[in-house]
Design a protein around this ligand. Structure first.
Ligand code: FAD
Length: 384
């Protein structure tokens, strides 16, 4: 057993860490306050090969793997969680779905720009009445000659409404009246007739990440934009969301590490009762617990990513990583805030931003309850 990162993984981590520290982190507060979308940073991420780490070079990628992707994602999220979210959705979910299930033509047309960082992708599963029960989508797709006609409304969609947003992968029902449960996935370019951008949500955090409603109003796309097996669109989505769970875990670790960085630095300079608060054991123990929890979550997402790279089953490991890391991040953010005392409430201290950003990690790409349901199902398969 070898727990060392390879030379290549260390190089990715160091590159992403300096980029996050020097380019992303100094802009994070302003991005959050203004909702400014950092096109220039995304362009640089593309130039550094960050957006396409797990894809082969022939499709615009860097020819790396999923361990490298997630080590990078942790560092980017340590700089700013919204860029982590952008990378997760674009690479782990949309890019992967195009790579695994796309035809050669679809990969050339849609994956290459995503992997090169000149375009970003979005996925549209959630609807008003279809959240955790994701298989209950109502959006429909009907074949009309050489075109599919999509009708429905998707909500909470990340990465749309931006100049570089190229496609939305839409889950829609295609079965006849007696087979309504058949879900297919479609590649919907954001500039086709009938693609309408709904409201941009006002959020308590993650403001630089664009989240919109999308209305598909008899939206017409070419017949060849069906992605993969028409009867297995939902299963396709679930398979890439498994990687999305590892990604949310890596993002949570990045955010929690940023909390620990700030809290540790603060504890060493803030003096009360004649000494740095770091020297009060209650504060030091809190920091020790934070460091332990972060390391355990990091080991778990790396294990899940490593299993994926080996082509081995990793459902339990990915779900455990997502569940543990997202709940850990909320606790670590709260402890970092506590260590800052009243200053933790002030916006000039990054911990106030981290605290607001942590909670949603327990909701996106499957709530904690859904993760526990999957683990329960997994445990149910074993006899004692
Ligand atoms: C910022 C943001 C970005 C997002 N980006 C995207 C995106 O890009 N694409 C996309 O498709 N979606 C996206 N989503 C949607 C996200 O995946 C859903 O919000 C999430 O899956 C939960 O669905 P819901 O909000 O409808 O909650 P609900 O499903 O209504 O759940 C409400 C509560 O009930 C609980 N619950 C539900 N069913 C059960 C059950 N059977 N047993 C126990 N408890 C249960 C849940 O765990 C939760 O606590 C995004 C959401 C947010 C907030």
């Amino acid at each position: 057993m070898n727990f060392d990162l390879s030379e290549e993984h260390r190089m990715i981590r160091d590159m992403a860490r300096s980029f996050a520290r020097e380019v992303i982190a100094p802009r994070a507060e302003k991005m959050e306050a203004t909702g400014e979308y950092p096109y220039d940073i995304i362009q640089q991420m593309g130039e550094l090969g960050i957006m396409g780490i797990p894809f082969p070079e022939e499709y615009g990628g860097s020819g790396g793997d999923w361990v490298g992707t997630h080590v990078c994602l942790e560092e980017i999220s340590r700089g700013d969680i919204t860029l982590g979210a952008l990378l997760d959705v674009t690479t782990s979910v949309v890019g992967q779905e195009l790579f695994v299930f796309g035809t050669e033509l679809q990969k050339r047309k849609w994956l290459v720009p995503i992997a090169q960082g000149t375009a970003i992708g979005a996925f549209g599963l959630t609807e008003h009445d279809s959240g955790s029960d994701a298989g209950s989508v109502r959006t429909t797709a009907v074949l009309d000659g050489d075109e599919w006609v999509l009708t429905g409304t998707k909500q909470f969609i990340t990465n749309v409404g931006l100049k570089n947003a190229s496609v939305l992968l839409v889950a829609a029902k295609t079965g006849t009246a007696t087979q309504r449960s058949v879900i297919s996935t479609f590649i919907v370019p954001t500039d086709v007739p009938g693609f309408k951008l709904g409201k941009r949500y006002r959020k308590m955090s993650w403001n630089a990440s664009a989240t919109h409603e999308v209305i598909l109003d008899e939206c017409r796309i070419p017949k060849e934009n069906l992605l993969g097996d028409p009867k297995r669109g939902f299963a396709q989505h679930l398979s890439v969301l498994e990687t999305g769970r590892i990604s949310i875990a890596a993002m949570a670790v990045g955010l929690a590490q940023a909390c620990l960085d700030e809290a540790l630095e603060y504890a060493k300079v803030r003096r009360q009762f004649g000494k740095p608060i770091f020297e009060h054991q209650a504060v030091q123990f809190k920091l020790a617990d934070m460091a332990v929890a972060i390391e355990l979550a990091r080991n778990q997402y790396l294990k899940a990513a490593w299993l994926k790279d080996q082509g081995r089953p990793h459902t339990f490991e990915a779900v455990a990583a997502k569940l543990f890391a997202s709940e850990m991040a909320e606790k670590v953010a709260s402890d970092a805030y506590q260590i800052h005392g009243g200053y933790g409430f002030m916006e000039e201290y990054p911990v106030s931003r981290y605290y607001k950003a942590a909670k949603i990690l327990q909701i996106v790409e499957g709530t904690s309850e859904v993760q526990r349901m999957i683990i329960g199902r997994h445990l149910g398969k074993f006899t004692v």
